[in-house]
Ligand binder design. Sequence first.
Ligand SMILES: CC(=O)SCCNC(=O)CCNC(=O)[C@H](O)C(C)(C)COP(=O)(O)OP(=O)(O)OC[C@H]1O[C@@H](n2cnc3c(N)ncnc32)[C@H](O)[C@@H]1OP(=O)(O)O
Ligand SMILES: CC(C)C(=O)C(=O)O
Ligand SMILES: [Mg+2]
Length: 791
Amino acid sequence: MRSTESAQNVKPFATLRTPAGPVPAEAPAWNPQRGSAMPFHRYLPAHARVPLPPVDTLPGGRQWPARRVDRAPLWVPVDLRDGNQALAEPMDPARKRRMFDLFLAMGFKEIEVGYPSASRTDFDFVRHLATTPGAVPEDVTVVVFTAARADLIERTFASVEGLPRVVVHLYTATAPVWRDLVLGRDRAQVRELVTAAAERMARLAGDRPGLRFQFSPEVFNLTEPDYVLELCDGLTELWDASPDRPVIHNLPATVEIATPNVYADQIEYLHRHLARREAVILSVHPHNDRGTGIACAELALLAGAQRVEGCLFGNGERTGNVDLATLALNLHTQGVDPMVDFSDIDEIRRTVEHCNRLPVPERHPYVGDLVHTAFSGTHQDAIKKGLAHHAATAARLGVPERQAPWDVPYLPIDPADLGRDYEAVIRVNSQSGKGGIAYLLQTGHGLELPRRLQIEFSRVVQESTDDSGREVTADELYGLFAATYLDAAPRRELVNWRTGQGDERGQGDGRAQGDGRHWASLVIGGAVHRGEGNGPLAAVTAALGAAGHAVDILHFTEHAVRTGPDSDAVAYVEARVDGQVVWGAGRDASVLDAGIRAVLSAVGRAGVAPAGPAPTGPAVEVGQDGAMTDDTSLPGRSRAVADALAAAGLPGEIRVLPDSARTAAEAAAALGCEVGAIANSLVFICDGAPLLVMTSGAHRVDTDHLAHALGTGPITRATAAQVREATGQAIGGVAPVGHPAPLRTVVDTALAAHELLWAAAGHPHTVVPMTYKELLALTGGTPSTVAPPQG
Ligand SMILES: CC(=O)SCCNC(=O)CCNC(=O)[C@H](O)C(C)(C)COP(=O)(O)OP(=O)(O)OC[C@H]1O[C@@H](n2cnc3c(N)ncnc32)[C@H](O)[C@@H]1OP(=O)(O)O
Ligand SMILES: CC(C)C(=O)C(=O)O
Ligand SMILES: [Mg+2]
């Protein structure tokens, strides 16, 4: 294109000739298709190319349509010959052997191994099988292929010397066009060619046991039926076939030319007319030019065929030979034993791809990467329900799921039968719905979302996949779920919670006391909100009510993520928060905390900030017992404090403040609490040793008063170096714990007046909440006044 403008003027798909002919006069009004410019007139239909057998006039008429396939035919893989001759790079000996061994492992009993007169590789491979002890098991027959030429036949027989069970397979094209154009012989002359070759084969075979004959009238499907009969019956007689030493007549659709019913008629005609029928194995060899190779083979079995030649996954000339894997698995899914094994179809595919150096397409029946996968929402929904029903049926019958009858919508076969797992069954993209999403979260992450939450979350996923245009994995879905629900609690404002029974001062030891009422205490932005109820969640919603949010729980479920005692719990809450109905979810090692997190998640998702100062920047809360943890982002000294808190079994979250909290006033401002609730960690030297004084931010330490109260010698302020040496922390960030060695500590009794205290946590930007009681327990400190009473 020279310019954008000219590009815009070009008709799209200008190389196509959109049909513009007349609408046929007889076409119904609902079909507006027009006559095309395709040169279809150049081709003749099958019935004009070959006389079709008069099957419908036979006694009883055509029989194949009413029959059923109830057993597997003798399968004969021809990959090492027909498949091999279609490869750009024919198989080397190692590849041939690998494929041969694959066939043995799968249970094939008759295997065409090559065209030994065609190449040294093929000849040597047959010799290799003949001379390698154990290469061909006792119940396996190899087939070798030859044209009707004396030199080729001689060499073929030379190749099979020493093989105990062998079929020599003779072929000659018999259809009029081949007779005329390729062989330059008429019917009688072709018959002579075939007869001469067959006689030679009989002579070379002599009375050798274990050697049998096969004949293929190549392009059978374009050959006159009476001529095929003449040739086949002639060979049956010439080779003196008997039920003990049957001849194989193999009737190829060398190039597909007609609908499969035509092939079925041709096979039924031969089946019902062949002489010494009990001495004949009727074999078929469909190719796939019209894409109906499978249908041809299946209808041929209905019509009397007993043996099928084909290739694994359909390799072969042009569009390939019929695919034996599909044929066998089609039987399997009809409840018929395929008599070959596909229990690790991916290993089979890998081997075939290696040997053929050709990929198997993603949509190939049974084996393609995408064939046990559903992207679309309604299919996923049906599969999910079907799999759940399947599990329930297996449980009801008391059998493993792999043994239970299979009837799952959209999955014609249990992928497990083929060695596939269920991972790839459901994949999520913009075409997917709640069922598939819920399935992936369930199988990948153990989440069992309630139905209405599935619906809500599927919209979140839809938005994401619409934006990206991409598939999302189970892990990505979990990430999205976590970001949407699990992380939705108002983390910046909510600092801590506690719940318990009985006396709140029991501090949530979980033991039932008193009247069995529960209490909850939420610390939001420095303010404490309490609530009571007849259960922990009721207490939490009451506490939220105290914080100014009307929270009504409409639906609550929770479950363990995995089985086992160390499993996390996940809770889902549908709640009305200040008039808005929202879902929330929480996950925690504690069942109780998972529920609380779920309630808080709903509050967070309702977009209402609990009362307290507006967040001034990112904050990370750390702690145990209902704390949200992200301690990797803590300064190193604060992590030591977090460890010390954890070791003391203290609930508490280290919070990172955006600005320095070096002074009590700064910290109180950042936290929205009273300055008196700030527990300053001040270091002094007393009797030659450091003394830590946890002092209320409301006043200063009077060292004389303190020395007097403690009955010690003089107390002096420590230098910055002494502070660092004693605490390992810098002035402004000294914490009550986390020091290189325990410090003698005094706790200012003025702090007891405050519900919740805040102490520095090892760094000027970090603080940690605790009660007065906890501070005493944590430090092992001595309660004392630190200044004379005021006023
Ligand atoms: C449908 C099928 O799959 S048929 C199997 C096809 N497979 C192969 O061809 C793979 C292996 N083939 C080969 O390596 C070679 O063709 C060989 C070695 C067998 C023979 O090679 P060449 O002697 O060079 O012959 P070429 O490959 O040109 O074959 C054509 C000749 O075979 C004749 N021919 C074809 N089919 C047959 C047959 N079934 N019986 C006897 N002669 C035949 C043709 O009439 C032609 O003869 P012409 O040269 O006198 O006209
Ligand atoms: C069986 C032989 C002749 C063959 O491969 C075919 O006709 O396709
Ligand atoms: Mg073929």
